[in-house]
Design a protein. Sequence first.
Length: 157
Amino acid sequence: MAALGLSGCSPEPVPPAPTATISSVAAPPGQAQLPAPEALTDVLARLADVSVPAEQKVTLVQYATPDEAAGLDRFAHALADNRLPPLDIRASDLAWAPGQPGDVVATISIMSAAPDSKPFVYPMQFTPAGSGWQLTRATADQLLDIGQDTSAPPPPR
């Protein structure tokens, strides 16, 4: 998202912090509060980062397998090939996912540094994984083509 500022003698304005709105859905047992927005945006930032090895991206998506690592890595390389990074990723409107105890939904806004780019805004769901978070498989399937690369010819028989 772009921020507008006025020039003058005052110090440079501080960009607004990501916001979180708490829903009326009760917190699941054992989980007192919603995660910080950065906990969710970090998942997406690591998926989009070409410097993160493909095998490490598997842990960022619920139920992903090592066979899908190359597909997850294609996402980051497609972004880089189109000169979209660096990305500004923000999470807002965090709430507990109805019907999915422990999961969190958030409105995610992704903005490219590319000139004339418009933000991509989409509701995404995350699930707890150890001490961190993962993009749910359902959300990943909506957004990412993580299946096997179909551009390669089939193996000889």
